[in-house]
Every structure is written in C-alpha cells, then in structure tokens.
Design a binder for this molecule. Structure first.
Ligand code: MN
Length: 492
C-alpha cells in the first residue's frame, strides 16, 4: 500500500463510478465538501489538513467496492465529534440512514485510555454499536487503518497502545467477520509497532525467500496455464500472492521458526467460474504436479468457521520445491477478501449483491461473548495497555519502552527472541543483578548471553510482565514438550 500517494476526491469518485456506474456521485461530492468545510482549519498531527483523514478512510473502503452510503458516512464520520456541525445537520443534508451510521461512529468516541474500567466500557460500546449495525464497525476499521498508517506522528506510548489494541481487538473482530483484507492490513500495520524487532526479522526472511522464488513461480504459473489450455478449462485469473507478514510470524512461532515448514509463503491463487471448475482444477493440478500428502484441504465442502471457502493443495514444482495453490470461484473470492462487507458490494452492473441467509448476524452474539471473555481474563492486556510505561536504555543508548516493573528478561525478549532465550544474567547500571529485578526509568540494561543455553527457564513466567516474553517462554516450553513426546514414541 502506498501511503505517499495523494488521495483526492476526484480519484474517489472515479473509483466508485467504476464499480457502481449508477452511484449518486453528486451526493458523495457534497458529503466531501460538507466535511471539508466543517473541518476547515483543523490539522492532523501529521500537519496535513484534517479532511485528508476521512478522505483516505473513504478510499480504503472504495477499494473494497462498498455501498456509496457507507462512503458518505465515512467522509462525515468525524464531523459531529470534532466540529460545531451536529447530527441533526447531517440528517437534514444526507438523510437518516447516513445520520444513523455517523451517530454509531460518534457514539464510539475517540480513543481514550482512562483506566481499565473505562476501556472495557468503550469496548462494550463498540460491540453494541456493531450489533446494531455492522456497517459502523466497517467504517471504524477504515478509520483505524488510516490512523495506523499515520501512526508515526503519535507519541511513543500512544503508538504502542493503539497498535496493540488494533492487533488484539480490531484484527480479531475483522477476522471473525471474515474480512481477510482488512484483517491483514490491521495486523501488518500494527505488527511493526507492537513487535518491532520481530517485524524486521520476519520481513527479511520473507523478502529473501520471495526474491529467490520469483522465477520458479513464473515457471509454475506458465506450466499451469498450459495444462489448463490443454484441458480446455477456463481460468478467470491466476496469480501469485505473498503471505502476509504477521500471519507468517505467527506460523513461524508455531513451526519452531523453521521457514522450510511453511508451505504457503507464496501461494498461487486460481479463480475459476464455477464450483465444478474448482474440483476440475484440482484434478488438473494433481495431474501436472505431484501433490504433497496430507496438504489437500477442501474448505468448499467444509468451510472454515468464519465462512472461508476454497480448495487448497500443496504440490511439488519442478525443482522439488513446494508451492500452495488456492482454488476458488469469484464469489468465494469476494467473500474471502471482504467478508461481511461483501453484503454491501456492488457488482459490475451496479446492483447490490443479494446474499442468501445472513449467518453473520447470529455470529455477532458469539463474537461479543468471545471478546468479552478474552477481556475479563485479560490481565495481560491491562498491563500492556494501561500501566505506566518506563523507558530504559541499551548500553548503546537505544531507548526501550516497557511496562512498569518489567524485568531484564522482558527487556531481553524485547530486543530479540534469541536474546531472551539465551539470556543468562543481567547488569543494571553496570551492577550484576538477578533476572527478576524490577527495572526503573532510565536504567541502562545489559544482557549477558550464554550461547549454549538450551532455552528459557520456565520459572521466568513467575516474574516476567510483557506478553512478548510470556509468549516466547511458553512457546519454547511447548516445543520442548512436543519434542520430548516425539522422542518417546517408537520409531516408525
Ligand atoms: Mn476518524
């Protein structure tokens, strides 16, 4: 995504006209002018005029080919909260549907962190608003994505909190709503701020792997296209797609950091006209390439819980390297990319797509329960979000931001997973200390490494404070346990 690119209202109107020729463009222009004059003189932290924010959010949603009514509400979403213009004025100018959407967003309010109780209350408000009209949540996602893209302008503590909240709450909800694109954006944008070191590491792994695979993929795609021509099966599109960074990171954690065990680093996505074509495609692929055992997944006959449908298969390409294929129809593709938002999609003829039963309405109650459960036992979240942060230094003078009462082990994992795993001692301000010592603002911390150390001590879980440290220690324990169990099994 190119954030430097200048988004204009003209580009927005053109984009909408393309997927919805009958859209009332005058109304959208009017909403833009209305918002621009209401926000006149206001600036964002980035120094840009405020209107650039609602405009960018509207662009994000127009890219998903969404109903123009939602675009209008998005353009107006910050007006009642930040200006003297009222919801009543919006109703008079744009009607009650738009007003109700903007009211939903306004009720959610701006990001405020004033203690745990208030925070949970805000989240509850979000779920209620979502249950009343899920479109409010869709607008909120676009709002958040743009805020994340411009997060660098925020002070460090806020950056971290906003990113963590986006990762833990917003991305989870987007996932449950089946909004793959939006979820992926939210995750990758937040990842950089929540786990900066891991972000850089994973990005490097992915980029290196992908550069190496370019020519290989081109060959596989060409061979596939030829096989389809011979079989006289029509393909709507075929293209390679890189795995998103955060999802690669999570997979690496699961697979003991072994890139070799990740089969969908780059996947080839094939879109075909009908469900029958999907299965025919699978047959052609398996005839052309040797399939990897146990890697064929039929999410068409058994969709994932969030409704995801596709066929997946991993095959051996020429050089014996693996590649995953994802096969689906256009409709499945739209549903997979946009999820719930696909209900407000316009097709090429400009008519709203009529989706069958509205399963997701039932889903909402579950999502809410899930999230609140997660929250009530989410002591961790409170610590990461709401506790006062301290700033400590590396011996080289880099600033590290940690929650209060964090220990050298938290510090070590913040630097890098391996620094945590190999941590054997610590110096605070040149004095040797025990690993459970609480760090204070301004401390200079140096970690003593033992290269031969097998991994973290499970007892560290008794004193570490950050989720990063806890996750890494637990993952390590789990891996050890799995390896131990494996070693106890009789040899095949
Ligand atoms: Mn906003």
């Amino acid at each position: 995504m190119n954030k430097q690119k200048k988004e204009t209202i003209e580009k927005l109107l053109n984009k909408i006209k393309e997927y919805h020729p009958k859209a009332d463009l005058d109304m959208i222009q009017l909403a833009y002018d209305f918002a621009a004059s209401a926000h006149e003189g206001q600036k964002r932290r980035t120094g840009e005029p405020y209107i650039t924010h609602p405009l960018a959010a509207a662009h994000i949603l127009a890219d998903t080919q969404i109903d123009p009514v939602i675009i209008i509400a998005t353009l107006l979403h910050d007006v009642p909260e930040d200006t003297s213009v009222t919801l009543e004025d919006i109703k008079k100018n744009f009607g009650s549907e738009v007003e109700s959407l903007v009211r939903g967003i306004t009720k959610l309010g701006k990001l405020k962190y004033r203690g745990v109780e208030r925070y949970i209350e805000n989240l509850r408000k979000m779920f209620i608003a979502m249950a009343e009209d899920v479109r409010v949540m869709i607008i909120k996602f676009a709002d958040r994505i743009h805020n994340l893209r411009t997060l660098d302008a925020m002070p460090p503590q806020k950056k971290y909190r906003i990113a963590l909240e986006s990762l833990e709450i917003y991305a989870s909800i987007a996932n449950r709503l089946g909004m793959e694109e939006i979820k992926g954006e939210l995750e990758d944008l937040s990842f950089k701020y929540v786990y900066p070191k891991d972000y850089e590491r994973v990005k490097k792994i992915r980029d290196e792997k992908i550069i190496g695979k370019k020519q290989y993929l081109k060959n596989v795609i060409e061979k596939t296209e030829k096989a389809f021509q011979e079989a006289h099966v029509k393909i709507i599109s075929i293209q390679g797609r890189n795995k998103r960074l955060y999802s690669l990171y999570k997979k690496l954690l699961k697979k003991e950091n072994s890139v070799a065990k990740i089969y969908d680093l780059v996947a080839i996505r094939i879109i075909v006209p009908t469900i029958a074509d999907c299965y025919a495609t699978l047959g052609i692929l398996h005839h052309t390439f040797k399939p990897l055992k146990g890697r064929i997944k039929d999410y068409i006959s058994q969709p994932k819980p969030n409704g995801y449908k596709s066929l997946h298969t991993t095959v051996f390409g020429e050089s014996g390297e693996n590649v995953e294929f994802q096969i689906r129809t256009s409709e499945m593709h739209q549903d997979a990319e946009y999820g719930v938002a696909a209900h407000w999609h316009y097709n090429e003829y400009g008519s709203r797509s009529q989706k069958k039963d509205i399963e997701w309405i039932k889903e909402l109650a579950n999502i809410q329960k899930d999230m609140l459960d997660k929250l009530t036992d989410l002591e961790q979240m409170k610590i990461d979000f709401l506790q006062t942060r301290i700033f400590v230094f590396t011996p080289k003078g880099d600033v590290i931001d940690l929650p209060e009462a964090a220990t050298p082990v938290d510090f070590a994992y913040h630097i890098h997973t391996e620094v945590g795993n190999k941590c054997n001692g610590a110096l605070i301000n040149d004095t040797m200390v025990s690993l459970d010592t609480e760090l204070k603002n301004g401390d200079v911390v140096e970690i003593i490494l033992d290269k031969n150390r097998k991994g973290p001590n499970p007892d560290w879980l008794n004193f570490v404070k950050t989720a990063t440290a806890k996750n890494h220690i637990r993952t390590n324990q789990k891996n050890k346990l799995t390896n131990w169990i494996k070693s106890m099994l009789p040899n095949k």
